[in-house]
Ligand binder design. Structure first.
Ligand SMILES: CC(=O)SCCNC(=O)CCNC(=O)[C@H](O)C(C)(C)COP(=O)(O)OP(=O)(O)OC[C@H]1O[C@@H](n2cnc3c(N)ncnc32)[C@H](O)[C@@H]1OP(=O)(O)O
Ligand SMILES: O=CC(=O)O
Ligand SMILES: [Mg+2]
Length: 545
């Protein structure tokens, strides 16, 4: 075998999850698909520069026949007919996996992506938990003695696994001396251990595919699926995947995404947070139009450019017999603060009411207490039906200009918003570095996608010399540095643990300080790329203390 591990994960199940047979499968995937994946990821930047320079994007002329053709995706299997409420959350720790399975949601998006830090231990733990879940043996006892068991009334959520995006490596796997691909490792391990059991029970294997920018990236996943099904010996088309439309180039290729994956596609999801990130990232240095996004907190789903995106998504999906899945309202309840919970419920209700009314077939929630809120709204709209794929929305017409109308969003850039962005970017990155990919900050769910918006907005504001509406100050890198220093001191006080602060928060602050400089050479395509390189280093330092 030409596959080796740079380090064995510290996990009791490592030998089972990383068995020789499983690694041989990863090696095959790597040999067949890693080269093309590298080319496709590399091709993104040229296209981005073109879009930024021209200040526009358009539907692709070369795929007009696909958009005008008469075709549909494969019909949804029984387990995915009703997706009115989907809870998202990491597949590690086991406690959260069990809570998600028991939440009453129809689907659990088991996340190895936005909500997960891909430490080697987390990756193995997530696959181990998902393997136990597929066999009905997942259980957990907390250090306090609380026992967690999966419910036995047949109402557990159907599991849909989200592997890492194409951009992330897996540095602990080497194939022919070349670094592994995070997406292929996550998918490969989960699929290898579970495909047969899930096929036999009719519960999968199902996936969510994140952060793609071009339909050729979808084609690559389709080829991965086709090969994987053959390798393991399950029928072509058993896998079903829902693709996130969460990049601005993807909004111009919704039809093409579904077409490329048509034998395996079950829908599209409006991933609003990465979508906003992608808009700012793509046009961050554009001088060909006004693409400066107002403060993150001021942009809502009712902004015209966000409505254009969701309306087009519903219309496209239903025309092709695919499910249209709504996104995440980031407000979360707090069981200890009823007024926070009431405010969160009201906001989620508004968000889901808009989505259900627009024709979405279901939507996401971030917390178990939000499942009934979302369910009630979709129940009222769906009535006896499991979905509303039959609502064609033929009246919807969306133009490129509408999708790109960032300037039409109401709201301003403020220094208060800058401060919040800096606080969130550092606090989230620190928590991520400590091994936890999702966290509540000021009653909002923060994950990799929301943090990406925060740090990219700052880069854009510095690069474009934006004037803050509340103070009148131009946002310069010096101003950012001085606000950053204040927010880092605030965090030092809040963390109140000097060792933890030094290990994670100081590292996070140093990283964010560079990423927001507004200089082209400091911009990183993904915050998690440089952060990933710190994980083992911090682990070693922690062990050495
Ligand atoms: C942009 C996007 O991609 S969105 C999708 C990716 N993001 C996510 O999936 C985030 C999902 N949500 C979460 O991770 C969590 O809700 C957080 C981190 C935001 C908040 O978690 P906590 O601070 O633990 O919330 P809280 O204390 O209220 O939790 C209460 C209980 O619900 C559980 N819980 C909370 N959220 C979830 C969830 N999403 N899935 C499963 N269980 C959950 C907690 O584990 C806890 O369980 P316990 O009572 O057995 O100990
Ligand atoms: O993955 C979802 C998003 O909003 O980003
Ligand atoms: Mg996302």
């Amino acid at each position: 075998m030409s596959i080796t591990l740079t380090r064995h994960p510290e996990h009791a199940r490592a030998a089972e999850i990383l068995s020789d047979d499983a690694l041989a499968f990863i090696e095959e995937l790597h040999h067949r698909f890693a080269g093309r994946r590298a080319e496709l990821v590399a091709a993104r930047e040229d296209r981005r520069q073109e879009a930024s320079a021209s200040g526009t994007l358009d539907f692709l002329p070369e795929t007009q026949a696909v958009r005008e053709g008469d075709w549909k995706v494969a019909p949804a299997p029984a387990a995915l007919q009703d997706r009115r409420v989907e809870i998202t959350g990491p597949a590690s720790p086991a406690k959260m996996a069990i809570n998600a399975l028991n939440s009453g949601a129809k689907v659990w998006l088991a996340d190895l992506e936005d909500a997960s830090t891909p430490t080697w231990e987390n990756v193995v733990d997530a696959v181990a938990n998902l393997t136990d879940a597929a066999r009905g043996t997942l259980e957990f006892t907390s250090p306090e003695g609380k026992e967690y068991r999966v419910r036995e009334d047949g109402k557990t959520a159907v599991v849909v696994v989200r592997p890492r995006g194409w951009h992330l490596p897996e540095e602990h796997v080497l194939v022919d001396g070349q670094e592994g691909v995070g997406a292929l490792v996550d998918f490969g391990l989960h699929f290898f251990h579970n495909a047969k059991a899930l096929t036999a029970s009719g519960q999968g294997p199902f996936y969510y595919l994140p952060k793609m920018e071009h339909h050729l990236e979808v084609r690559l996943w389709n080829e991965v699926f086709t090969f994987a099904q053959e390798y393991i010996g399950i029928p072509h088309g058993t896998i079903r995947a829902t693709m996130l439309i969460e990049t601005i180039p993807a909004a111009f290729q919704m039809e093409e995404f579904l077409y490329e994956l048509r034998d395996h596609a079950s829908g599209l999801n409006a991933g609003r947070w990465d979508y906003l990130f992608s808009i700012v990232k793509t046009f961050r240095d554009s001088t060909a139009g006004d693409f400066v996004l107002p403060d993150r907190g001021a942009v809502s789903m009712t902004s015209p450019f966000m409505r254009a995106y969701t309306e087009l998504l519903v219309k496209t999906c239903h025309r092709r017999g695919a499910f249209a899945m709504g996104g995440m309202a980031a407000v979360i309840p707090d069981r200890k603060q009823p007024e926070v919970t009431a405010a969160a419920f009201a906001k989620v209700r508004d968000d889901k009411t808009r989505e259900a009314g627009d024709g979405f077939d279901g939507s996401w929630v971030a917390h178990p207490d939000l499942v009934p809120v979302c369910q009630e709204i979709f129940d009222a709209v769906l009535g006896d039906k499991p979905n509303q794929v039959d609502r064609l929305r033929e009246e919807v017409q969306v133009t490129p200009a509408q999708l790109l109308d960032v300037a039409g969003a109401s709201g301003e850039v403020t220094e208060a918003g800058l401060r919040t962005n800096l606080y969130v970017a550092v606090a989230y990155t620190a928590v991520w570095l400590s091994g936890n990919g999702a966290v509540a900050i000021h009653h909002l769910m923060e994950d990799a996608a929301t943090a990406e918006i925060s740090r990219t907005q700052i880069w854009q504001q510095v690069n474009q010399g934006v004037k803050a509406a509340d103070t009148g100050n131009v946002i310069t890198y010096d101003l950012v540095q001085s606000v950053l220093a204040e927010e880092v001191e605030r965090l030092r006080g809040e963390v109140a643990n000097e060792e933890r602060f030094e290990r994670y928060y100081a590292a996070a602050a140093a990283l964010i300080s560079r990423l927001v400089s507004g200089r082209p050479e400091d911009y990183e395509d993904f915050l998690t790329l440089p952060a990933y390189r710190l994980l083992d280093q911090l682990k070693t330092q922690a062990g050495a203390r």
